[in-house]
Design a protein around this ligand. Sequence first.
Ligand code: ZN
Length: 195
Amino acid sequence: MAIRKIAQLGNPVLRRRAEQVPPAELGSTKIQDLIDDMIDTMRDASGAGIAAPQVEESLRIAVIEVKDNPRYPTFPPIPLTILVNPVIEPLLVGPADPLRDDEAITLFEGCLSVTGVRGRVRRPRKVRVRALDRVGRAFEAVCVGVPAAVFQHELDHLDGVLFVDRADPRSLTFLAEYERFVPEELRVVDGIGPR
Ligand code: ZN
């Protein structure tokens, strides 16, 4: 178990489409150590999640956990979740573009690979995620609200997409200015659609 260095904005690994993990290799020491290291690295950096490209491994693996997170004090807890080869789909009644207000969540996101920056991103507030867990069992979950945004952020990394690509560019803010100028009620604006 080890804490790995986190790739920063500009590192090409963050822009690559990550490779599927061959199921036969999931049990290997290399992959299992990688998953352990991702968990350690995420917890050490107080991330809500981390994707393998962020530790310079271009593989479709992400880990997510929120537990008394000092970087995101208002986020609800999310139990430790390990996603291998995940597939995500928005669960929408209306169109994807433009998203209906009651089917959207708009929140200021940050990223361990974009140190010190936050920006406002609007996403579907309900998604279904299917993946394998670390021992190859099928995992499926429907996430609503903040967890849906966290899952989308992490799985974007597997396609080389960063939150700054999706953020309203005029909302980008350094962390100190975010703390100073973004009122609590604008940090997470969740739609009011059905749960
Ligand atoms: Zn990120």
